[in-house]
Design a protein around this ligand. Structure first.
Ligand SMILES: O=P(O)(O)OC[C@H]1O[C@H](O[C@H]2O[C@H](CO)[C@@H](O)[C@H](O)[C@H]2O)[C@H](O)[C@@H](O)[C@@H]1O
Length: 383
């Protein structure tokens, strides 16, 4: 596909994300109160090292001859720095911690200093749960890097059967939602559990099992998922499809698939995104692990999704509530901030390297996340 110098390809599922007539959110989450000027409700993600399956649009930039043109090099450098900061090299994991507290010391002083400030949620599990007694726990899980290991090809980011079983088991005991930057349908395709809530597009596109939605304090649209399960949709930004159409017909030369961009092409990637984004003042760019995301200028992020879901669950009383949020990426920081702001719950960063974070606790890898989920189930079964 080629429109001028570039064009954009969207997945065929894009439209399905936002069926007509959806969206009935609590009034404080309506468009006007979101501070939206205009936007898409999907984000376009340009992976730096590989192409990817995205929320509703997967983008990789084609290598091609380019005409010289004006660029904001300041913005480009800022984005690349942001991506690098969000993509720290991995530290070898010598031993997995357990909830009994056993843990082998890593020979990485910087990491050790960091983990002293953000203790392992496994090593400190017992004391964390002391504070949870008598409270309603709600579990929020990121997908990539949390439930599935980070891999080069975003379409291959499968979760293991063991992890699926762990999530299923925990969801039977604790209300559970996956909040992802990916499209909801893609996350559902990976996870394949009907028992949980899915919040795709950083939470702008939420689907939950109808059964679990009966007592919800938010109205959604009842429907069925691909497997025929009764579900309810909550989608706050259906009206922003217009911009997606505009982008589709306009600017990039993207294709979805296996076009691999090597790390050395981050500069090219950022330059291309910058060239397009300046034509869309209502979109902005954020950086993640080897990824640039083109997002609508709408006050909505994973933190907003957490706030929405807590309200929807009728769990707004912080005294009775213990949200636990586990995530690995920059975008998860918005959710950690909400917990910190409300002084509730536990933010847990998944990282094997020292990293600036608002999360109080840490886990080193998806394997440790799975162990933590097992610990939660064992702990919950005592009550
Ligand atoms: O919010 P998440 O569920 O963590 O999704 C964030 C992004 O995840 C995907 O990209 C990341 O994982 C890929 C697969 O391991 C990896 O190749 C890429 O470098 C990571 O940035 C996904 O492709 C993005 O659309 C999500 O925004």
């Amino acid at each position: 596909m080629n429109v001028g110098e570039s064009a954009m390809a969207f997945t065929s599922k894009q439209r399905n994300l936002f069926p007509e007539g959806l969206s009935s959110f609590p009034s404080e989450y309506t468009k006007s109160s979101l501070g939206a000027t205009s936007s898409t409700q999907s984000y376009c993600t340009a992976p730096a090292s590989s192409t990817g399956s995205i929320i509703s649009a997967s983008i990789a930039i084609a290598t091609r001859k380019r005409k010289p043109r004006y660029r904001d090099h300041g913005r480009v450098s800022t984005w690349i720095e942001g991506m690098r900061a969000a993509s720290p090299p991995r530290v070898a994991i010598l031993k997995t911690a357990t909830c009994s507290g056993a843990r082998k010391v890593l020979p990485d002083t910087q990491y050790n200093e960091w983990v002293a400030k953000h203790p392992s949620a496994l090593a400190t599990f017992e004391s964390m749960m002391e504070a949870a007694k008598g409270k309603q726990m709600v579990l929020f899980l990121d997908y990539d890097g949390t439930l599935s290991p980070i891999v080069e090809d975003p379409d291959q980011a499968y979760m293991s059967e063991a992890m699926r079983a762990a999530v299923k088991e925990v969801a039977m005991n604790i209300p559970t939602a996956i909040i992802s930057g990916r499209g909801r349908d893609k996350v559902y395709e990976f996870v394949q559990l009907a028992e949980i809530f899915y919040a795709g597009s950083h939470g702008m596109d939420i689907m939950g099992p109808a059964e679990a939605c009966n007592g919800l304090k938010a109205d959604g649209l009842k429907s069925k998922d691909e497997k025929g399960n009764e579900v309810v949709f909550f989608q706050p930004a259906t009206e922003f499809l217009v911009m997606i159409d505009e982008l589709k017909g306009n600017s990039f030369n993207f294709w979805r698939g296996k076009q691999i961009l090597l790390d050395g092409n981050w500069q090219l990637l950022a330059e291309e995104v910058e060239f397009v984004i300046k034509q869309y003042p209502k979109l902005h760019v954020t950086q993640g692990r080897k990824v640039l995301e083109v997002r609508p200028t709408i006050h909505w992020d994973k933190g907003k999704a957490v706030e929405f879901l807590l309200k929807a669950f009728g769990l707004a009383n912080p005294h009775n509530l213990l949200p636990v949020y586990i995530g690995d990426d920059q975008t998860d920081e918005d959710a950690f901030s909400v917990l910190n702001k409300e002084h509730i719950g536990y933010g847990i960063l998944v990282s094997s390297a020292a990293k600036a974070t608002g999360a109080a606790y840490s886990l080193k890898s998806p394997s440790e996340v799975m162990e933590f989920l097992h610990c939660l189930v064992r702990w919950r079964s005592k009550f």
